[in-house]
Design a protein around this ligand. Structure first.
Ligand code: PLP
Length: 319
């Protein structure tokens, strides 16, 4: 494993450059109009193997390409190359702690006017890494609110695509929640059904079953959500139901948790000042959380195919 380097590198314009030189123009279309799509991927340090592993990189890049299709963005490189670059940036940056990867496909045109299909238009791919552990303090159980901000509808800015500009909605919900003293927020769709957390999916536990808002509830189709569903079914033998979820089902849940790449599996023990069941972290949430923690750190042999080891960089002369 490469030793930590003083200045991290960023992949920009088709090459790795020092972070301080990874700059883009103030006129960039995606800065002016939010016309970019992104992913949040996590790489985990596994001390017993002295290796960093990128978790479900392929699934994240498949979703990135799906976001590109929705926005008519053209990603200049393919899925395999993006997975390779993710492992490579972790290795080049000498990461030996949990690390967040942020790939972005963005409209690079320097042009006024929001259209995605100007006669001359160009899109590019960039990738950077940042150390990340404990996005939320999930040990104790979170106190969240139902936000007064509604999630964007599929016919507004599709939640299915991870569009940079759409995260203003997340920022409003999250900021108002934390200013009001909550740890995070749950957002409803415009029809009043539960959509998801500010930047995470949501599961209700009721009578030993997992219930989660369906993919037509204006959610991001989370990789962690899919992981939780698979682990709950295969490892815990639990039934999982994806369907519209009412706000009051949150208040009457036996257990409630949020999940996402940064958040991992985060128990919620209070919503809008109401305790969930007896207000402590429930056994199913605990079990799912523990399984997820094992899987991302190469602890369960059946799921090693979800992990890409961060390989040593192949340095070219130019780089
Ligand atoms: C709005 C939103 N929903 C859900 C998620 C969870 O998705 P994933 O598990 O793929 O990180 C995220 C995280 O990126 C998000 O931003």
């Amino acid at each position: 494993m490469t030793q930590p380097v003083s200045e991290p590198v960023v992949y920009l314009n088709g090459q790795f450059v020092p972070d301080s030189q990874a700059n883009i123009s103030v006129r960039t279309h995606s800065f002016l109009y939010g016309t970019a799509v992104f992913e949040g991927i996590k790489a985990y340090w596994v001390p017993e193997r002295e290796t960093m592993f990128v978790f479900r990189a392929e699934e994240h890049y498949r979703r990135l390409l799906q976001s590109c299709r929705i926005l008519r963005l053209t990603c200049p490189i393919g899925l395999r190359r993006m997975v390779e670059l993710s492992a490579e940036i972790v290795a080049r940056n000498g990461c030996r702690q949990d690390t967040y990867l942020r790939p972005i496909v963005y409209k690079v045109d320097r042009r006024i006017g929001p259209s995605l299909v100007a006669p001359q238009t160009e899109d590019d791919f960039l990738l950077f890494s940042a150390p990340m552990s404990g996005y939320l303090d999930t040990e104790k159980g979170l106190h969240v609110c139902v936000s007064s901000w509604r999630r964007l509808d599929d016919n507004m800015i599709p939640a299915r695509a991870k569009v940079n500009g759409a995260y203003v909605n997340t920022a409003l919900a999250k900021s108002d929640a934390t200013l009001a003293g909550f740890d995070d927020a749950i957002v409803l769709s415009d029809d009043g059904h539960v959509s998801e957390g500010s930047a995470m999916n949501l599961f209700v536990v009721r009578d030993g079953r997992l219930i989660t808002p369906s993919v037509s509830s204006n959610i991001l189709e989370g990789i962690t959500r899919a992981t939780v569903i698979e682990l709950a079914q295969k490892e815990l033998g639990l039934a999982v139901e994806a369907r519209p979820v009412d706000r009051t089902e949150l208040y009457t849940a036996d257990e409630l948790f949020l999940c996402g790449t940064a958040t991992e599996v985060a128990p919620v023990t209070r919503v809008d000042h109401r305790a969930i069941a007896d207000g402590s972290v429930g056994p199913i949430t605990r079990a799912v959380r523990q399984l997820y923690a094992q899987v991302v750190r190469a602890g369960l042999p059946d799921y090693l195919h979800w992990l890409t080891p961060a390989t040593a960089p192949v340095l070219t002369q130019q780089e």
